[in-house]
Design a protein around this ligand. Structure first.
Ligand code: 5GP
Length: 237
């Protein structure tokens, strides 16, 4: 597969066209950022760790019957994916309170959310990714009603699969963000699933093994991502 011109350059990853119009190449970088790009750093091995972490999770989801854009690993920091027409929406599922829901609703970090809760956000850096609802999505035609229902159902299906997977590795899946798109008319999971876009805690100590280590200056960021990966059965070189 031939890598062609760049379609998108983000801090954590870039997307390239290929000689196949239906396929893209994702490149995972060592750069990391938080707080809408206000905190930026380079973390050795992060690109490789996130690329392999993402491939592992996407393959587990495919095996569970959830359609994803993932096709195959191409190198340590690259993967081939299907080209989706992305919705400009972030879907967040929360099993425990952490992050923005605690700030918004004045909750203590770590309270159980039973049943798990769900939120939509608009992907818009300038506006700071504001929370939106289903009516906004339909009124502004960011997605149709049927796709909204599919995104919700698939997000909860992902939660069922991954909550159990992480628990097998003595970890709690606190929350996560997903992005979806259309591929030949079907809603398909796109983007990535890595510790950059979810919260993972040790089940017993509640030690953080995700991007909050970077956001909160706790150190050992990539090392913690690798610990989480290894506990799921992943092997990093
Ligand atoms: P919160 O709303 O608490 O900031 O985030 C909820 C979950 O979604 C967290 O796991 C967080 O990492 C993830 N998340 C929310 N927005 C983004 C984003 O713009 N990029 C990434 N990578 N993850 C996000």
């Amino acid at each position: 597969m031939e890598k062609r011109e760049q379609l998108y350059r983000g801090k954590a990853k870039s997307v390239y066209h290929t000689d196949d119009p239906n396929k893209l190449i994702l490149v995972f970088h060592d750069d990391t950022s938080a707080f809408d790009g206000k905190k930026i750093d380079q973390l050795d091995r992060k690109g490789m760790v996130n690329n392999k972490f993402n491939a592992f999770i996407m393959e587990k989801l495919e095996a569970a019957g959830i359609p994803t854009h993932f096709e195959q690993l191409l190198s340590d920091q690259e993967a081939v994916v299907k080209r989706l027409d992305m919705f400009p929406i972030e879907c967040v599922v929360r099993n425990l309170g952490a992050g923005s829901i605690c700030r918004r609703l004045g909750l203590e970090e770590g309270i159980e959310l039973n049943p798990p809760t769900f939120e939509f956000f608009l992907k818009n850096d300038e506006l700071g990714d504001p929370m939106i609802n289903e009516y906004h999505i339909c009124s502004f035609a960011w997605a149709d009603e049927q796709s909204v229902e599919s995104m919700k159902a698939m997000s909860f299906a992902v939660n069922d699969v991954l909550k159990a997977l992480f628990l097998d590795g003595d970890m709690l899946l606190v929350d996560f963000k997903l992005e979806f798109g259309l591929y030949k008319g079907q809603v398909v999971l796109g983007d990535e699933f890595t510790p950059d876009g979810c919260r993972i805690w040790d089940k017993d100590t509640r030690e953080k093994l995700d991007k909050d280590r970077f956001r909160q200056g706790l150190g050992s960021v990539v090392e913690s991502y690798e610990i989480a990966g290894r506990r799921l059965g992943l092997v990093f070189d």
